[in-house]
Design a protein around this ligand. Structure first.
Ligand SMILES: [Zn+2]
Length: 79
């Protein structure tokens, strides 16, 4: 069993920013996008304006970010 991972093809890490509906309350731009952010010992799903530095909303994200432990996946499928 190998524990090695293939070398990434991209020179930089990035997050796909899927635009969300809404307008920035500060500048009125309709360019809002979510980011997964690690802060205060947990993940948050920050929705930020893409034009000005205004932070819009910060709903809690998944407890472990993009990593879903096997146990949570099994219990989640049962509903
Ligand atoms: Zn803005």
């Amino acid at each position: 069993m190998s524990h090695s991972f293939p070398r990434p093809g991209e020179p930089f890490l990035s997050v796909d920013r899927v635009p969300v509906d809404g307008a920035c309350p500060d500048c009125g731009a309709i360019h809002l996008a979510p980011y997964p952010v690690m802060s205060e010992e947990r993940w948050w799903r920050l929705v930020k304006c893409q034009v000005c530095p205004g932070s819009i909303t910060r709903p809690p994200g998944p407890l472990f970010g993009v990593y879903v432990p096997l146990g949570l996946r099994i219990t989640g499928s049962r509903g």
